[in-house]
Design a protein around this ligand. Structure first.
Ligand code: AGP
Length: 613
């Protein structure tokens, strides 16, 4: 939920830190700060608000050094203001820390440290890390950090430096991500790869319990006792340009338009139309486990939880296996009934969501087989689980998930086909037709993206309303929920998604001429049902935005030309409708948010990866 970075090397430390923080701002942006150490000692600057506020105050010609750390914050403890902005210092001011996570026992530690004469100046939990390191520091920062770790409880990733021990950075990970970038006579430590990708592709993903020691010419990784660990660098294949906006106004819009490529890349090499077979070679689920599997549970959060709900339809229909879906924050605490004949799937684009990680760890401890569908190589979830099925959406910078969502749905469809085949419930002929449908999805999504202009016109009419209702049925019910989630998280408009059949059981009381209703009324077996829901809503004054299938005009007679709107999607197979019908809802949320002047890529109060409970 925060972005942290450290740099040590020959280049302008200040500029490297600011550039790195710029690429990490999606992780949190309510305050920022840097500390650099040079020949004239340490300089530290922090500011409230966006990174721009800090960058305006920094002059690299007078504030620079050979090593330093930086932070962009998403507040957990302590108001988002300058005083609580990182880096935080010890009593001497010579040890500084940047931190991502929560120190759960910080109040106990703060009291003990205060009783021993330490003075605190902030409300944050982070500050106690600096004072705890100070307590053990006698000139060896690595040793002091390792000793301090023995007192810290919670989830944290932090980087420390000391003015009294020049040219070394110490990083520690226990939960939130921390990755090293290994350059020529320089090294980086950061929350995520984009912070250093334009300078080096050699990365070491730290694991829980790792302590990293960075110097200009060397990087070491040890455990809390100081034992050397053999962490091999991995080569990052992303193209740094993928992380830039490439002419789009927002990362989110770029990522909405990248969906066809993300879908194609996620499919690539995983099926053969000739043989009608799905090849998920990265999985090693053995035949005995697959044949004896009794149940699948899927745990996820937010948009990933909605992908899970679509996946339930696919897996139950194609593999005929019962699937439970639950939000990870509930799953982890409800003591689920699990055993070694069950598969628990985690879906998390970041691979770092605390609740999803906890659900997967608990499932593994209960003896279940665990599999994660994830978009970030080397993320914690991929290290916790027995199996990983990667989406290949490329880095997703916009806080609102878009291309990772549709890529997750593709992975779930492939997994359902794969399991159906292995369980003998699908013949290659059955599968070939469905794969052909899936192979067409990217092209149909490209056609759906051409609707952006008319959808922007609809957004112009509705951007000032206070409430929205989204309705869907069957495997489009989760898409209605996703449309509502996109709208609320981007535009701060209250929006609810509902299974259309539930209207009579309460939500219809909300309907009047101030409540627009977005209905997914595609040409599918449930069309007649949702058409009657739309009629019931119209009879009570609702304005309708209906997403229908090109060439299916059955709904037109019940709509008013001057009040209601239709969005015509290209005709497509019902099985891939979740992939196609989410596109107009993403665009609607995007255009309404832009018209309302909201910060599309960094919506208020949100962060791209929720690494704490
Ligand atoms: C989606 O637009 C939101 N940003 C949020 O709900 C997100 O899906 C959720 O936090 C889960 O993130 P994850 O996929 O990285 O676990």
């Amino acid at each position: 939920m925060c972005g942290i970075i450290g740099y040590i090397g020959e280049r302008s430390t200040t500029e490297m830190l600011l550039a790195g923080l710029r690429s990490l701002e999606y992780r949190g942006y309510d305050s920022a700060g840097i500390a650099v150490v040079g020949s004239d000692g340490m300089k530290l600057l922090r500011s409230e608000g966006k990174l721009d506020n800090l960058a305006r105050q920094v002059d690299p010609s007078t504030m620079n050094g050979s090593y330093g750390i930086g932070h962009t914050r998403w507040a957990t403890h302590g108001r988002p203001n300058e005083e609580n902005a990182h880096p935080h210092r010890d009593c001497s001011g010579s040890i500084v820390i940047v931190h991502n996570g929560i120190i759960e026992n910080y109040l106990d530690l703060k009291k003990a440290l205060t009783d021993n004469g330490h003075e605190f100046v902030t409300e944050t939990d982070t500050e106690i890390i600096a004072h705890t390191v100070e307590k053990y520091f006698d000139g060896d920062l690595e040793l002091a950090v390792r000793k301090a770790l023995g007192e810290l409880e919670g989830v944290f990733a932090f980087v420390a430096l000391s003015e009294k021990e020049p040219d070394v950075l110490i990083g520690a990970r226990n939960g939130p991500p921390l990755v090293l970038g290994i350059g020529e006579d320089e090294s980086f430590i950061a929350s995520d790869v984009p912070a250093f990708l334009s300078h080096t592709r050699e990365a070491i993903f730290l694991e829980d319990g790792d302590v990293a020691i960075l110097r200009k010419q060397s990087v070491r990784v040890v455990d809390i006792d100081g034992n050397e660990l053999d962490r091999k660098p991995e080569r990052i294949t992303w193209d740094p340009i993928q992380v830039e906006k490439q002419g789009f106004k927002h990362f989110m819009l770029k990522e909405i338009y990248e969906q066809p490529r993300a879908v194609r890349d996620t499919l690539l090499g995983r099926y053969s139309l000739d043989s009608g077979l799905v090849h998920l070679n990265e999985l090693s689920l053995d035949d005995d486990f697959v044949s004896q599997m009794t149940r699948i549970s899927i745990a996820a959060c937010g948009t990933s939880w909605l992908a899970a709900q679509v996946g339930k339809f696919y897996i139950e229909e194609l593999a005929r296996l019962p699937v439970d879906v639950d939000v990870a924050s509930e799953f982890r605490y409800r003591n689920p009934i699990l055993d070694d004949k069950q598969l628990v799937i985690g879906i998390t684009q970041s691979g770092e969501t605390a609740d999803t990680l906890a659900a997967l760890k608990a499932s593994k401890e209960a003896g279940a087989k665990t599999l994660v569908i994830c978009n970030v190589t080397g993320s914690m979830a991929t290290r916790v689980c027995d199996e990983t099925l990667y989406t290949h959406a490329g880095p997703e910078i916009g806080v609102a998930a878009t291309k990772t969502f549709t890529s997750q749905i593709v992975c779930l469809y492939l997994l359902a086909l794969h399991l159906g085949q292995r369980l003998g419930r699908l013949t290659p002929e059955d599968t070939r037709g469905r794969l052909a449908d899936l192979a067409r999805a990217a092209h149909i999504m490209e056609q759906a993206l051409e609707l952006s202009e008319p959808i922007m016109e609809i957004a112009r009419e509705f951007y000032l309303v206070d409430d929205f209702l989204f309705l869907g049925r069957g495997h489009l019910y989760p898409i209605a929920l996703e449309g509502a989630l996109k709208l609320k998280e981007l535009s701060y408009i209250h929006a609810e998604g509902y299974p259309a059949g539930e209207m009579k059981h309460g939500p219809i009381a909300l309907i009047d001429d101030r409540m627009p209703l977005v209905a997914l009324a595609l040409d599918n077996p449930l069309f007649e049902k949702i058409a009657s829901n739309i009629q019931e809503a119209k009879a009570r004054g609702a304005r309708i935005i209906a997403v229908i299938t090109e060439g299916d005009d059955r709904l037109i007679p019940i709509l008013d030309q001057d009040r209601d709107h239709v969005i015509r999607l290209p005709r497509h197979p019902d099985a891939i409708s979740p992939l196609i019908s989410v596109v107009p809802l993403q665009l609607l949320a995007y255009h309404i948010s832009v018209r309302r002047g909201c910060d599309v890529d960094q919506p208020r109060n949100l962060a791209k990866s929720v690494t704490v409970e």
